[in-house]
Design a protein around this ligand. Structure first.
Ligand SMILES: O=C[C@H](O)COP(=O)(O)O
Length: 329
């Protein structure tokens, strides 16, 4: 993905990708995890210092970031009208004149992510676009409601038409080292999802350290999570590069050992185009190009798209516009 060549002239939603069937809980594998914190910190720190993608290459990578975006609204004051505006942006995330100037024929986001009550308005507004609706679930963001209600919430969101379900794990299972309880909980969530893809939100900012992030990532994948996702966006610390690096290496390890494919979704606090480029570079270097497709990589972001469109406008016109000109919903 170096230039805006033929392959990338159209970045429209693709059919939902491979599923992770999971496997039995392998406690030996989980307990064998060791993290070299200093090495992780060093590797993550090099990413923002690179000057790797510029000009037309950068425009192409930013379009890739848009195609891999779960355009999100998760606010207590969400309304059907706000969701409809967000969905209009999901269909046409970047102004037509800018797309034309950079040689893109079609560009849409990976999904629209909302609360359960907003699935209906989102589906209506996205009809015919091929863009899936993702619903956050299981008592998002804390995940502390009764288990039967969390399971019912998943089932109702799938019945309402959500094709992707973003569940939150019980952080206490990680903090108490109860890997059996975590695996059981996530298996039940996965069964409740049925045909919908399950993204397992680890809430990494609440798990204590990188070792726990790695163990939780492995158990979530063993339980059948189709994606592992860093954060709800509501924790004090959300998607950081060191956490992302550890999770990507767990995905690679799991793929090498089981042959199964699991996607990655960094979410929370990713609001600048430069942040998105750092993540894309890290995914390319750690997992390779196959993971730079929307069926295996998503950004969860509510405001990132505005900055990306602004950077694309700068690429085309040479001038920066005011941020307010790129409102989302
Ligand atoms: O899952 C997506 C996140 O909630 C979005 O977080 P953000 O509002 O910080 O971009």
């Amino acid at each position: 993905m170096k230039t805006l060549g033929q392959d990338h002239a159209s970045l429209a939603p693709k059919p939902i990708g491979p599923r992770n069937e999971g496997c039995a809980l392998d406690l030996g594998w989980v307990r064998s995890v060791r993290i070299n914190n200093a090495a992780v910190a060093r590797r993550a720190a090099t990413l923002p210092t690179r000057r790797s993608v510029k000009g037309a290459h950068q425009a192409a990578w930013l379009c890739k970031a848009v195609a891999c975006m779960d355009l999100t609204t998760l606010s207590g004051d969400d309304t059907a009208a706000r969701v409809r505006r967000l969905c209009a942006k999901a269909r046409q995330p970047v102004r037509a004149d800018l797309l034309q100037a950079i040689g893109m024929e079609r560009l849409q986001v990976g999904a629209v992510c909302v609360y359960h009550e907003m699935i209906g308005p989102a589906l209506e507004a996205l009809e015919g676009s091929g863009i899936p609706v993702a619903a956050v679930s299981t008592g998002f963001p804390a995940g502390l409601s009764p288990l039967h209600l969390r399971l019912a919430e998943i089932e109702q969101s799938v019945a309402a038409g959500a094709q992707e379900i973003d569940i939150v794990i019980s952080r206490r299972h990680v903090l108490e080292g109860d890997w059996g309880a975590l695996h059981d909980e996530l298996r039940r969530f996965r069964e409740a999802c049925g045909p919908a893809h399950m993204k397992g939100i680890l809430a990494t900012g609440e798990l204590g350290d990188l070792g726990q992030v790695a163990r939780a990532s492995l158990v979530a994948m063993m339980a059948g999570a189709d994606f592992i996702k860093t954060s709800t966006g509501k924790e004090p610390v959300n998607a950081t590069l060191p956490v992302g690096l550890v999770m990507l290496r767990c995905i690679r390890d799991y793929h090498e050992r089981t042959g199964q494919w699991v996607g990655m979704k960094p979410a929370g606090g990713i609001s600048k185009a430069k942040d998105a480029l750092n993540w894309l570079v890290m995914v390319k270097e750690e997992l390779g190009d196959r993971w730079l497709e929307p069926d295996l990589f998503r950004f969860g972001a509510s405001s990132l798209l505005g900055d990306i469109e602004r950077q694309l406008e700068h690429h085309v016109t040479g001038a920066y516009s005011a941020g307010w000109r790129h409102g989302l919903a």
